[in-house]
Design a protein around this ligand. Structure first.
Ligand code: URA
Length: 191
C-alpha cells in the first residue's frame, strides 16, 4: 500500500466526528492522485454518500460536461471535497466537523502538490482561498496562496439552479484551460 492508499484507508475508517454515524460511505475523492489540477467541492450529497464517489448526481453530470468543454476528463484530474462525509440533510458542516476533517485535504494537497486548485463554489473558495471570498465578483480570477495557484468557479449545483450564470462560467473555464496549457505540461487536453 502506498502513502496515498494508506491515507485513503485511514480516511475511510475515520471516526473523528459524528458524521461517521450517519454516513454510508466516506468520499475520499477520485481521479489521478498525480494530477496537476485538483478540483475541490464542498461536501458529499446523498448520491455521493450512496456511491462513495464525488459529484455523481446531476451536479456531477454537469461538472463532467464542463470538463469536456475544455478537453478535460475526470481521470486526468483529481476531484475531492473539503469534507469527506455527508452532513445529514445536506446541512452546513459544523466547525467541529470541518476541523476534524481538515487534515485529510491538507495531506492530499501535500502529497499531490497540484499546480492549480479549482474551488467549486463559494464555500470551497472560502475554505481554500480566503474566508470572505465573493463568488459573484471573484469567480474566474487566479489567486496565489502558499505558492499554489487557485481559482473558483460557480458550483455546478448553482448553475443548475441559475443557468444564466453559465456563459460567465464558460469564460472562466476557457481561462482555466489556457492556464492549464501554460503551466501543466502533463495534463492532456483533447483537441
Ligand atoms: N456537491 C459537492 O460539493 N460535492 C459533491 O461531491 C457533490 C455535490
Amino acid at each position: 500500500m502506498n502513502e496515498w492508499e494508506a491515507l485513503q484507508a485511514q480516511c475511510e475508517s475515520c471516526r473523528a466526528c459524528a458524521l461517521c454515524e450517519s454516513r454510508t460511505h466516506v468520499v475520499f475523492g477520485m481521479g489521478d492522485p498525480h494530477a496537476e489540477v485538483l478540483f475541490v467541492g464542498e461536501a458529499p450529497g446523498a448520491n455521493e454518500d450512496e456511491q462513495g464517489k464525488p459529484f455523481v448526481g446531476r451536479a456531477g453530470q454537469l461538472l463532467d460536461d464542463m470538463l469536456t468543454m475544455i478537453g478535460l476528463h475526470r481521470d486526468r484530474i483529481y476531484i475531492t471535497n473539503s469534507i469527506k462525509c455527508r452532513p445529514p440533510q445536506n446541512r452546513d458542516p459544523l466547525n467541529t466537523e470541518k476541523d476534524a476533517c481538515a487534515g485529510y485535504l491538507h495531506r492530499q494537497l501535500e502529497m499531490m502538490q497540484p499546480k492549480i486548485i479549482v474551488c467549486l463554489g463559494r464555500i470551497s473558495a472560502a475554505e481554500m482561498i480566503k474566508p470572505d471570498f465573493k463568488i459573484t465578483r471573484e469567480h474566474g480570477q487566479f489567486f496565489e496562496k502558499d505558492g499554489r495557484l487557485m481559482t473558483a468557479i460557480y458550483h455546478p449545483a448553482a448553475l443548475l439552479r441559475d443557468p444564466s450564470k453559465k456563459p460567465e462560467t464558460f469564460v472562466d473555464l476557457k481561462r482555466l484551460q489556457a492556464k492549464i496549457r501554460e503551466i501543466c505540461p502533463n495534463t492532456k487536453l483533447d483537441f
